[in-house]
Each structure stands twice: as C-alpha cells, then as structure tokens.
Design a protein around this ligand. Structure first.
Ligand code: NAG
Length: 171
C-alpha cells in the first residue's frame, strides 16, 4: 500500500468517526428532550392551599424516587469503575510479564516439517509429491531461496490451497 493511499484511508476513517460523533451527540440531545418531556411536564400553579400541599407531597415523593435511582446508578458506576481499575492493573501486569520470544530460522524440509506437525497418520509425502508434479517448475526455480524459510516452502508445496487448508485445519 502506498503512503498516499494509507493517508487517504486514514482521513476517510477519521471523517467517518467524526460523523458518528456528531450523530451520537444529536441522539443524546433528542433522548434528553424526550426524557424531560416525559418526566418534567410543565408546572400548573395550584389555586388553593390544599392543592399546594398536594403538590409539595408529590414533589417530595419524586425527589425520593429520583434519589434512589441516583444511588443505584452511582453504585453501578462505582462497581464498573472498580472493574476497570482491576483490568488496567491486569494489563500492566501482563505487559510486564510478556517477553517477545526469539524466533530462529529452522533448517528443515517442508516434508519433515509437515510430518512433525501432522503426525504419521497423514500420508504427507505421497500427497505432496502428487501436488509437486503440477508445480514442479515453480518449485525448482524457488528451491534455493526457499531452503532457509520452511513456511515459504510449505506454501509452495501445498500448491492449489488444498493441502494448506488441511494443514491449517489440523494445526
Ligand atoms: C461511590 O464512590 C464514591 C467515591 O469513591 C463514594 O463517595 C460514594 O459513596 C460511592 N457511592 C456508592 C453508592 O457506593
């Protein structure tokens, strides 16, 4: 991929993300308006002492209810915050423990490698030779460079994808 294409894709993704943020903000605003319309209808001022007392009682009940909901949500948030903190600690811990293994080049023929991986129940050799006939020229040309890299060698010999699929499914 060229760097200008990479750059283009990146700005496309940023543009899409920006649009999503705008849409999300509009949605939150609409949700808030809906909630307010449902839960906070316009106040009609009471005409008498009795109506005023009723209104006060109702308001008190609403306050209690809302406060209960607030408490429940706050405990949920606290619980989730705690989980987030624990997970962050785990991430730090795992990062400290992970060591990149040093990979060595393996000098091994593809046949030997496949047999070591798949076991003797697979007739790897014979099947591979059948495939080899179809790609003989190709393999010969690439033999030299393939020696040091058994993966390349296996991919070539697997040819046509069939052997390779079997190999991946069993691995
Ligand atoms: C949530 O955490 C805050 C700060 O740690 C604390 O003050 C509050 O009492 C907690 N709330 C609940 C409902 O546990």
């Amino acid at each position: 991929m060229t760097s200008s294409r990479r750059h283009h894709l990146k700005s496309l993704m940023l543009q899409i993300a920006a649009n999503m943020l705008v849409a999300e903000a509009a949605e939150a605003e609409a949700e808030k308006a809906n909630y307010m319309a449902e839960n906070c209808p316009a106040l009609s001022m009471p005409d008498s002492m009795q109506e005023l007392q009723d209104l006060c009682k109702k308001l008190h009940q609403s306050i209690d209810k809302v406060d209960e909901e607030r408490y429940d949500m706050e405990s949920k948030v606290n619980k989730t915050d705690k989980e987030i903190d624990e997970l962050k600690l785990k991430v730090v811990d795992l990062k400290g423990k992970f060591q990149k293994p040093v990979l060595k080049k393996v000098r091994m023929s593809a046949d030997a490698m496949l047999q070591a991986l798949l076991g003797s129940k697979h007739k790897v050799n014979m099947d591979l030779r059948a495939n080899l006939k179809q790609v003989k020229k190709e393999v010969k040309e690439e033999e030299k460079e393939a020696v040091g890299d058994w993966r390349k060698s296996i991919e070539d010999k697997a040819g046509m994808g069939g052997r390779k699929k079997m190999f991946e499914a069993d691995a």
